[in-house]
Structures are given as structure tokens and as C-alpha cells.
Design a protein around this ligand. Sequence first.
Ligand SMILES: O=P(O)(O)OC[C@H]1O[C@](O)(COP(=O)(O)O)[C@@H](O)[C@@H]1O
Ligand SMILES: [Mn+2]
Length: 644
Amino acid sequence: MNTKHLDLLAQIYDSEEKVVTEIINLEAILNLPKGTEHFVSDLHGEYQAFQHVLRNGSGKVKEKIEDIYKKVLTEKEIKEFATLVYYPEEKIQLLKNNFDNERELHQWYTVIIERMIKLISYASSKYTRSKLRKALPNQFVYIIEELLYKTDEFTNFKEPYYSKIVQQIISLGQADKLIIGLAYTTQRLVVDHLHVVGDIYDRGPEPDKIMEALINYHSVDIQWGNHDVLWIGAFAGSKVCLANILRICARYNNLDIIEDVYGINLRPLLNLAEKYYGDNPVFRPKIQSDVKISEEEQLQITKIHQAIAMIQFKLESPIIKRRQTFNMAERLLLEKIDYDNSEITIHGKTYPLENTCFATVNPEQPDQLLEEEKQVMDKLLFSVQHSEKLARHMNFLMKKGSLYLKYNGNLLIHGCIPLDEEGNMEKMVIENKTYAGRELLDVFEHYLRYSFAHPEETDDLATDMVWYLWTGEYSSLFGKREMTTFERYFIKDKATHKEKKNPYYYLRENDEVCRNILTEFDLNPDQGHIINGHTPVKEIEGENPIKANGKIIVIDGGFSKAYHSTTGIAGYTLLYNSYGMQLVAHKHFNSKEDVLLNGTDVLSVKRLVDKELERKKVLETNVGEELIQEISILNSLMEYRYMK
Ligand SMILES: O=P(O)(O)OC[C@H]1O[C@](O)(COP(=O)(O)O)[C@@H](O)[C@@H]1O
Ligand SMILES: [Mn+2]
């Protein structure tokens, strides 16, 4: 550290006492147990289900309540109290209806405030006071601290001092607010840090609300999923990514996200769709059973769906042609069509085409966009890049996100590390240089960030590379040989729909392979784990999410309703606290109303993945490393300034 830096630092720590206090504070933190990490993945726009998991901390809230109250409260009371902590505003309103008079209500307030304070005291026992203070609702910090620090085994709430404070809160009409604040503090205390292992966007209806929740969350990182980079790509100027997100929104009846949430005008696309397309059964949107939608609207979406799918297929072609190294010539499907006979030859086999919608395709130059299609895409891209809300969400994804993350000795990735059948890292040549393993992921991320920083460039390598991340064979996010979207729309033979997975997906069962991957990322293979999302775990078929002797854990959260029938349960989340790692299985999430009224939680058994031999301390974590550096800098300051 040079003296200039130390002089600057001395402006903040302008007395010996301040430096000493901070060093002691940081040293103390290092020796506290590590905070709880919470891993979730594949949220796919299912905001309500995600909220629930976030609010109950994958069962941590209830666990803490049970630790304290199991012997004192009935199961029903515990459920009700837990629900109050998850959804305080709504639950208070519901419960209030149960009281006949004010006296009863006040009694209830008194009891609940006492319970909440005890819960917070317990949930914060492994944190410093300063950290707890930051988690408390601003307007009540003083009052809560009074209640907290004077409440211990020697005193209790019955004493006049405390009951006076509580009675005052109630009579000043502040009890609801206090309870709500305490509930959120509890939620915040049980989970120290959240990892979202990819796929916030697509299929479900409210990815924007998930983004808002993450923006407001106290501590979070994101490992981009293939669907997230598709949105980033669209915002960064990739028209083919944009066509894809619109196609998926149409397919899942989510165009509201585009129009109403992000304010993108779909009128030009609709006009084009109305002109060239009619009804088509394979392009009918997927509609959830509880959604009401008119026949007319369905037909409109069906037309948009076809219009944008055809634009997508056309846009893929020039990229495949200009990027030989993507090795995607097989995907030049529009050129493989025999338009007279309505057939296509793929991998040497000819198939009849069904439900086609090629009105805008010129068989001589099948990838050429009509002038109208071009204009529609230009307008759409303009509006996407000028949506303030989308800009805010995409900027957040870039700021908190990365392609992979090394955190507390573990490797977090959404999709895979592309491998060949022998388990070697697959090589890809980009601009005459060969990359594999970690270097390949680093170069992918480099291009993605470049593309995002240059939204005006739409056909450069960086922008094309974002699309490659969505669909390319060696993309660490896709992890399959080819994406058979075209085949699934137009060819009946299901064999053509199959997307062959990268060998990673069977090799990851082998602990040697996982150890190699961890080593490739400079992680200790004895201690580290790979935390993986992306592929739904088919518990129905007996698949185990914990693989390779616990070296890898697959936590597709299974939030996506569309995929529930293939998984059998809703999916998994993971908790990692100072005692070890626990996998939590979730049943289907019905609705918030169901939780509020019946206290139904959707968690099932927890499975221990790994148990720490000794309780892990902050000292041994990523945060610990940073604190150690801070302490060393403060020691330098101490010597330089105050110990002469
Ligand atoms: O179920 P849909 O909407 O047809 O989507 C299928 C497509 O989604 C993908 O599975 C990618 O999405 P996931 O990352 O959720 O798996 C593609 O491989 C596949 O082509
Ligand atoms: Mn995915």
C-alpha cells in the first residue's frame, strides 16, 4: 500500500481508536460461524413460488421457530407463526378478523412481539451486533435493541420496563409495522447470501418481479443461465436472440411481459403476423389451466408465434455462415427444405414437413428477410434497447452475474463444462486460438461483456457469440449437440426432436471427472463441490440430485410449472451453513393464498450432503479472505500513522 492510499484511508479512520475498533471488529467477525448460503436455480419466471422459497429460507425459518418453540407451541401455532413471518402483511390482516375486541388483539400483539424478538435474538446469535443492526427496520432500531439486549434468561417480557415499551408501541398504533419489520428481519437473518444458479427468465409469467426481488435482496450473486443470456443478448443487439425471446414469450402466452412490463410495442409484429399467417395447431400458445384467454387472442398469439419463429430461423442462417468455427452448418435447415414436396433432409434422412408456415420464404434465398420483416426487427430492437426497465434489469444481471462463480471452495455453474466422451475438456477455436475448460468459459464471458458494452454492434463476433451461448454445441450453458426447435414445430418423427446432451451429463456421475473440473478451476477437489442447475432432476425415475459421492449437486429448482410432470417433485434448493450442506426437496407450490390460509409449506425432507467436521468460520470463506486483507491494510495504516 502506498502512502497516498494510506493518507486517503486515514480520512475515514481519523483516530487511533477508530482503527483499533475496526481491527477488533473484523477479527471478531472472522471467528464467527460462517453465514448461511442459499442456492436456488431455474426460477423461470415463477415469482410466487420463488418468493415462497426466499421467504421461508428453504425451511430455515420454520426450523428456527421449532428450535425455540417446539415444546411450547402446538403444530398449528407453529405453522401460523411461520406463515406470519413469511407473509406478515397479509397474515396480520387475516388474523385480525379472528379477534372479537381490541383487548384480545392487544394481547395477541404482546405475545407475538415477544415471540418475534426471541426468534430474532436466536437467529442473530451468530452475527455481530452491527450486522444485526443493519438488518433491523430503520424506524425501530432503538426500540428493538432495547427489547433484544435486555431480554435474556435473567429477565423477561413480563417486567414492567419491557411491557411498558410494548404497550406503548401498541397504543401508538405501531404494532403492525413493528411485526412486519421483525418478520422481514428474521427472513434476512436466516439467509446470509443467495446464489441464483441461472435461468430467471422464460416460460413463467413474472421474471421481472423476480429481478426486482433480487435487486432489493441484501446479498446475491447470479450465475447466468442460457435463458438469461438470451435476454442479455437481445438487449446487447442480437436480433436472433431477440427473435428467440419473443418466440418463447408467444409460446408460453407471456407476451404481456414484453408489452406491458417492458413497454415494447408489438404492433408492427402483429401487423406482419396478421398479413401472412393463419391458425396453426403447433404454434398455439401453451396456456396454464387457471388462465382465461379468448379464442381471438389465442389466434393472434398463434400468428405472432409463427411470424417470429420464421424470422428467427432466417436470422440464424447468416450467423452460421459467417462463423465457421461455430460448426453449425447442419442447422441451415431452411436450405435443406424441398419446398415443392414439403420435405426436409436432415442427417441424411428425409422427413415430411407438417404445419408449415413458409409464406414469407423465398425458396431461392430462404434466409432472406422480407423488407417488412427487417423493419419489424429494427423497430423491436430499438424499443428493446430503449426500455428503461429492461435496461435496469439487464444491468443488474451484468453487475451481479457471471458465467461461473467460485465461492467458498465450490464451483457454481448453470449448465456444464463441455467434455468429450473421454472426459477431456472440449476445445473450441475462436479467432485462431484454441480454448478449453476454464479458459473457454472466460473467453465466452469476455465476449458477452463486450457485446453488452457495445449494443450498437449487432453482427460482430461478440454479439454472435452470445447467441452461440444459447445454442452452440460447446456452450457451457446449453450443453447439448443442437437445439431442435425447427424439428419440434414441423417434423412429426419424435426421433428428430431429441437433443443429444454433452457427455458431461453422464460423466458427472463419476467423482474423478468432477475432481478434474474442480482442479481446472483451481479449487480443492477434496473439499469443493460443483453446484449445477439447468437439467430437471427426474426424481420420478429415481434420479439422485447428489452425484459422484457428493462432489456434485444438481439443484434445478423445478419452479417451472411446465416441467413438473417430468420431475415428479417441484425440485431442489441447497443450504450451506457452518455445519455443512443440506439439500432441500420441494413439493409443488400451489399458491400464496394456500399458504396463508392453511399454512401449507412445500418442503419435504432435507438430505445432508456434507457435514463439516468442525463448525466452519467466516475465516475460511471468501468473505473471510477479504476481511483478512482489510485487516492487513488497517494494520499498515496503524503503523504508518499511529505507531510512530
Ligand atoms: O420446452 P420448450 O419450450 O419446447 O423448450 C425446449 C428448449 O428448451 C431447452 O431445453 C433450453 O431450456 P432449459 O435451459 O430450461 O433446458 C432447449 O434445449 C430446448 O430446445
Ligand atoms: Mn437452463
